[in-house]
Design a protein around this ligand. Structure first.
Ligand SMILES: *[C@@H]1O[C@H](CO)[C@@H](O)[C@H](O)[C@H]1NC(C)=O
Length: 441
């Protein structure tokens, strides 16, 4: 009963609600070239050839207005315009106020979005930090355009852009056909433009261990909108899904099927939120696909893992130091609780050049286990066994067998084969030695 409750709870809130920041509201001063909302002595100009959908929330007095050829004003109840005769004493000498161009606002610009885990959090302004690829809505996300606003967004893409739902002017679209119909309406055409097709009706993420966002195919488009800072740290990191190298720390977590993405994210968040020193740090947690490399060089497949990116606001020499301290605490916490919460191992890297393997002695055993695990998991890769152990110089004992998940594997030996790019791996398992040859292609 308790478990069921848990699962349901987290199914509901997995992944994000992403909210579009800019608007095309009459009352938003940033939309006017003079930086203020036009008043009674002002002339209002919408460029004739610009398509725009403008939301007007209240009543205004103006001197006159030029309207666009193809555009609309959405008037909230009580909103409207009256032409003032005799001048508005509170409005200065009167100017011609141009509504700014909103043509260039791009869906794939990560700086145009904020994300939260629930709609309530969006309303409260409790936003989540995320890597650039996940700042743009993922296929599992609910997309929100604020209720009393209009907007214009360029959704250009070479392929469909799938999301779970889209809310516009307070109406939530979850069905593909209903939303397609909205896109052909006057408002729909003015609000969404560009060559792609935005598709709603996606399933949402129903894997409690988390889902891969799936925006890596849009990476170039997303990153072309991001300006990266210059960095001063020794070894800047390049987190998966992020457009910029950063002075930071990254924790990589290997998980099992009992791992619960959302509850772990909340756990890590709350664990450190309560600590004053980490107040200024940010955390972005994502499930990512990572290429596995044997001895850190030879690619042999991809696995999924959880990436925890930790950033701090420090600059110069101190950049990333606080993030590194928090990463150490995360890894320590995982070592204390990991098996209970579905985590089999965790390690961190920091831009100071430190990593958990250096910090906690030789970690090579874990790497070997990961390799062996993958090989044995494939099945049939081991070619033959020897009854008599032929090697007495055995290396790379896992320091913590518990992390290995291969209780029967006792020792493994790697031998580079000199003639070509290949390695022999010998494994002592249940008293027998197995060998496997790996060729680098
Ligand atoms: C006005 O627009 C700016 C930029 O698009 C946005 O950041 C801001 O939240 C808007 N202000 C209001 C009050 O909605």
């Amino acid at each position: 009963m308790a478990l069921r409750h848990n699962v349901l709870l987290f199914l509901c809130i997995l992944h994000f609600a992403n909210q579009w920041i800019p608007d095309t509201d009459f009352e938003n001063a940033t939309n006017w070239d003079k930086g203020s909302v036009p008043c009674g002595n002002d002339q209002v100009v919408f460029l004739a050839q610009r398509k725009v959908s403008v939301y007007v929330e209240t009543a205004h007095t103006i001197t006159g207005m030029s309207l666009p050829v193809d555009g609309e004003l959405i008037l909230a109840s009580g909103a409207g315009f009256t032409v003032r005769e005799g001048g508005d004493p509170g409005c200065g000498s009167g100017v011609t106020a141009h509504f700014k161009d909103s043509e260039s606002m791009k869906w794939f610009d990560p700086t145009m979005w904020v994300a939260a885990t629930t709609i309530d959090d969006l309303h409260r302004g409790t936003y989540q930090f995320s890597v650039h690829e996940e700042s743009v809505p993922c296929q599992y996300d609910d997309v929100v355009f604020r209720e009393t606003t209009s907007f214009r967004v360029d959704v250009s893409s070479d392929h469909d852009v799938p999301v779970k739902s889209v809310s516009v002017l307070g109406k939530k679209f979850t069905s593909s056909s209903e939303f397609s119909q909205y896109l052909t309406s006057n408002s729909g055409k003015l609000q969404f433009h560009g060559s792609s097709s935005l598709k709603v009706g996606g399933s949402g993420c129903d894997d409690i261990t988390g889902c891969i966002c799936g925006n890596s195919g849009n990476r170039d488009k997303i990153c072309s909108n991001v300006k990266c800072d210059s960095l001063e740290c020794k070894k800047p990191l390049h987190p998966v899904g992020h457009c910029c190298d950063v002075c930071s720390a990254v924790v990589n977590i290997q998980f099992s099927s009992s791992f619960n993405f959302e509850s772990n994210r909340q756990r890590l968040q709350h664990l450190f939120l309560s600590q004053h020193k980490y107040e200024s740090t940010q955390m972005a947690m994502s499930k990512v696909s990572k290429e596995q490399r044997l001895l850190r060089v030879i690619p042999f497949g991809a696995t999924q893992e959880i990436q925890v990116l930790l950033l701090d606001q420090k600059t110069g020499q101190d950049a990333g130091k606080l993030a590194e301290a928090r990463a150490r605490d995360v890894v320590q916490d995982v070592h204390n609780h990991g098996l209970n919460i579905g985590i089999s191992s965790a390690e961190f890297q920091a831009s100071s050049g430190t990593s958990s393997s250096e910090a906690a002695g030789n970690n090579e055993g874990v790497v070997v286990c990961a390799v062996l695990g993958s090989l044995l998991g494939l099945g049939g890769t081991l070619d033959h066994g020897f009854d008599n152990p032929m090697f007495d110089k055995l290396t790379m004992m896992p320091e913590e067998p518990g992390l290995c998940h291969l209780e029967s594997v006792q020792v493994a030996l790697f031998l580079p084969v000199s003639s070509d790019e290949s390695y022999m791996i010998f494994v002592l398992m249940s008293g027998r030695i197995f060998s496997v040859n790996i060729v680098i292609s």
